[in-house]
Design a protein around this ligand. Sequence first.
Ligand SMILES: [Zn+2]
Ligand SMILES: [Zn+2]
Length: 740
Amino acid sequence: MMRARLNPAPTLEIAANSVTGVLLPLPLPGALDYKLPSGCELSRGALVCAPLGTREVLGVVWGQADGSVGDNRLKIAQPLEGAPALPPNLCDFIDWVADYTLNPPGAILAMALRSRGALEPEAQRIAYVKSQVTPTRLSAGRARALEVAGDGLARSIAGLAEDANVSPAVVRGLIQSGALVATQLPEFEPFRHPDPGFALPQLNLDQARAAESLREAVAAKRFSVHLLDGVTGSGKTEVYFEAMAEALALGSQVLILLPEIALTVQFLDRFAARFGTRPAEWHSDLSQKERRRTYRAVMKGEAKVVVGARSALFLPFRHLGLIVVDEEHEQAFKQQDGAIYHARDMAVVRARIEACPVVLSSATPSLESFINATAGRYGHLKLLSRHGAAQLPQVKLVDLRQERDLPDAQQRAQWLSPPLRAALVKVLEAGEQAMLFLNRRGYAPLTLCEACGHKFTCPHCSAWLVEHKYKKRLACHQCGYELPMPSGCPQCGEIGTLIACGPGVERVAEEFAQFFPQARFSIASSDTMHGPAETQAAIRAMARQDIDVLIGTQIVAKGHHFPQLTLVGVVDADLGGSDGDLRARERTFQLLHQVSGRAGRAQKPGLVLLQTRNPEDAVMQALAKGDRDGFYQQERQFREATQSPPFGRLAALVISGYDGEAVRDIARQLGKTAPLARDVKVWGPAPAFYALLRGQTRERLLVQTARGIDMQAYLKSWLAIVKVPASVRVAVDVDPVSFF
Ligand SMILES: [Zn+2]
Ligand SMILES: [Zn+2]
């Protein structure tokens, strides 16, 4: 759980030739003192060029100097001419995140400055407009170009040539004759403003009520948190679009966080259908130039709506009026590399600092958000019915202990049980579509030698190598290590003794093809083997009904709308449910619920078959009965009894490095020096789930405290005791969501 610990914004009254603290985007413990040129006054957020050693670094005026370095030894930081300052709210946010996640503030600042050249003076583009001069020679092409230019818009040579359907030479001729004159334009086309009144939606009663309450929250211009809790297909997006429309009408900016870039394209189209233009984007697939364009436009307040991945949280918004976190339960919002933070939680913090509402949207909220909403700390907006005529699908369990093919059956299946095959036959005969889901990439998760028992493992990770039949390779899903599929066993030398154990999606597809040779199908897998383009193609083929069956991993679980999809078969519902992770059950429920939600989204009713060996398990029962809240209550009781989040607090220390002995030594030292404190328990050290990852040895310690304990203060005092060599990294994960 988070508590607000906002640092009051320092007020700066800087005298001539004054000394100030400057934060550099580097992992230093804090701001450094610099002198400013005589007579120069800068406030918090102002950009400066600061000498550091032999180089010059971009820095940000942060606050009062700490006075640790004598005035006569200070270097002078020069203000950056013509550059805008970072908004003070962003500076406060950076301080808050650094403090909460125990990262150096400079490391967080680096995330906020992650757009090369965005803060440098803008380049100008040369463009041409029509002058008063009429050229002496007027060919048909020239006349056409002048007619197009007659609208008064400035265009580049290529742009005018394209619009008038003439060659660039024709345009150049007009420039030479003086009929077109040069003018300067900003480097980038401005973003078009989304129109809140472009296409008003038809909302049902639930939606209208929720939309109204969000509009009021936006208009109030105060901090508030709202859980938009609606069954899959209930039209949550339409509802928060109305909140966005209100923010736009008030002239505010809006940030929408999505868990996966793969979902962005569909989202952009929906947005454009509602608001008449696409929003600005922010994610790792953008080019440097596109990033520069978005960053600048956000900073100037010109980009009204930004849709992005978690890093969009650190953009320099001028006047943020609303934040939406879509699929708020998704683990993808947790950044695990570098500075570890949870974008959903930090979105709530940013909204608090910006004094605006934040909407958390999900059909299967995280338990934390659900508890906050049911306790009244968050607004709770429920959408109980599917949009239009669609009904929620029927969910049935297939008990794999009973439903096996008879030993003498002609064709025996390993992964597709008789009831699932029967349902597939029905759907295919009716000309409808089906989806088979297995959250496991590749062909088989383990390859084993029948003769000697040798298992293929990754040399760099404690992980099995996964067979990818399609590419004829064995691959490590942790580090990407690959080798060609061997024909013999490297240990005993026998040929033809290697056997594939367990199914991946490719293997399920192989079996499906044996039973249904006529059916058209594709595999969609978030996989380096298949690649995002192939996955997108499979999803498009499904949407266009070019295929009958989509066989996929969790990439197919979310966001897609296939009107003809009436059957979802979950090949192994037990997968991932029992790895001892605090959130494993919650995640299994969320994922299976999400997958189930793909079925029956239009007129035709949907059926979901969950193949399981544990039909009595609470997760399976809750799914079969459609009793989400009952399941949440059970989980809630479990968390309360064990003082787990949100009833207690957790933090993990992950110690890693290439020198295994040094890693284990530091882990042991940390284990021994953990300060004794009331209501604080420390477990470990123990080898992490991946005790070896990309060649690095990993050890873990887990800290659990009561809710009221200042976890950060505890961790700081502890980490100050142990001297860690440069070869070992100690990463702090406050509120860990997984235990890998
Ligand atoms: Zn062998
Ligand atoms: Zn590996």
